[in-house]
Write a protein that binds this ligand. Structure first.
Ligand code: ATP
Ligand code: MG
Length: 391
């Protein structure tokens, strides 16, 4: 019997005339993720993507796992195809559910019929199939409210498909349908979450990381790369930029008032990130900031960082509590990496009394104690880039 994966489209369904473009992007993303696992036939009909393996040795558990991380899919399930007649359907039900039905106490059959030319209506098919199951498994009871086993039978144009309750997919819309964003990626908990939240809304993600050797180590950088790798299970390919930031930080320390260190550093990070973005056709910046979480994330502080920004800055964690961010990071699988204890350039020269209510003119005045332009150019020139993808 032929096993396949059925994926239900999410919001794409609401996309009207643009829908074709969204579907194509989703297909491309799915194809890219599963290609290393073998050959597949992908097709789309009635708001559903069909993934059919062309080789019996393909690891379908792994395929399912990968597809469950593709944005744009709300539900997915593993199904077995059958011919559109009761005997063939029953045979597949026995094969697929035989073992579970033998040990269960109750079940129900749910039928969805999108092929209206099929000779039985949904209630008729459910009743007849249910009857056949009861005849074979005498101990079972039908329970429509809380069945132990739910047998779902879909009658579609292409055939009948038997499966159990579909699980939630990653949701959102396909990566690549909403432009490109450059994520300021630290080794912390918040920024990987922010990147994935934007990818979920269709943004193609590039990442930029500021390192400050020898204050930050090679291993700290490796940690951030591993975070990007983990993210790429959801975001797909990530161009990863590493900016040498040491000289700039040292000159901030040597020339600017201590209370403003972090704010000036953040403004310079934004400036460098924008120049990299502009050079690479990226339209927006993304950070993991959450309002009020630390001194540099008060509204007044953000006013001073935004003042240097010429492009939109997306901060999807802005209204989330730390606990909520951690929950997401745990689900994404980035949490375990984020909590590894490595230093970040942000924690290298932290002021003892950071300003929580800075005024823009004070920050500008503090920053103007040194002309950073040359060092900014140098940092941009010496930025390294590599491509990160998990599969
Ligand atoms: P995170 O958990 O993402 O590190 P955080 O709560 O520790 O966030 P900060 O350290 O103040 O907050 O950083 C705020 C944001 O600035 C981060 O979410 C990230 O987007 C960016 N950022 C901080 N450090 C770096 C870095 N070394 N390289 C690139 N971006 C950084
Ligand atoms: Mg941090």
């Amino acid at each position: 019997m032929k096993e396949l994966i059925l994926c239900k489209y999410g919001e794409i369904v609401l996309k009207g005339l643009n829908r074709g473009g969204f579907e194509n992007e989703l297909m491309k993303n799915v194809r890219r993720r599963i290609k290393p696992l073998g050959k597949f036939n992908l097709s789309s009909a009635q708001s559903t993507l069909y993934i059919e393996p062309l080789d019996a040795s393909i690891d379908m558990d792994e395929v399912f796992e990968r597809v469950s991380k593709v944005y744009g899919i709300t539900k997915l399930c593993r199904a077995i195809g059958a011919e559109k007649n009761l005997d063939s359907i029953f045979e597949v039900v026995c094969e697929r559910f035989g073992e579970t039905l033998s040990s269960a106490k109750s079940f129900k059959v749910m039928t969805k019929r999108s092929d209206k030319s099929f000779y039985l209506t949904s209630p008729e098919l459910s009743a007849q199939l249910g009857g056949m199951i009861l005849e074979k498994y005498h101990h079972l009871k039908v329970d429509l409210k809380e069945p132990e086993v739910t047998v779902i039978c879909e009658i579609r144009g292409e055939g009948a498909f038997i499966h159990d309750i579909a699980v939630d997919g990653a949701g959102g819309i396909p990566v690549g349908t909403s432009g490109k964003g450059l994520l300021l990626l630290s080794g912390g908990i918040d920024s990987p979450v922010a990147g994935c939240m934007m990818a979920k809304r269709g943004v193609g993600i590039s990442a930029i990381h500021f390192e400050a050797p020898p204050y930050t180590s090679e291993r700290a950088l490796m940690k951030v790369e591993r975070l990007a790798e983990k993210m790429s299970e959801y975001c797909g390919r990530i161009d990863f930029y590493t900016v040498p930031f040491t000289k700039i930080q040292e000159e901030i320390r040597n020339n600017c008032p201590e209370d403003y260190f972090t704010l000036i550093m953040r403004r310079l990070m934004m400036e460098i990130a924008q120049r990299i973005a502009e050079k690479n056709g990226i339209q927006a910046l993304i950070t993991g900031e959450s309002l009020g979480q630390v001194a540099s994330q008060t509204m007044a502080a953000m006013v001073t960082t935004d003042a240097v920004c010429r492009m939109p800055v997306f901060r999807p964690c802005i209204g989330l509590d730390k606990k909520e961010i951690i929950d997401i990071s745990y689900r994404l699988g980035t949490f375990e990496i984020s909590i590894e204890p490595y230093e970040d350039c942000c924690t290298v020269f932290t002021p003892r009394h950071p300003r929580t209510k800075p005024t823009l003119s004070d920050v500008e005045e503090a920053q103007n104690r040194f002309d950073f332009e040359e060092l900014i150019n140098e940092a941009v020139e010496n930025t390294r880039v590599k491509t990160i993808r998990t599969y």
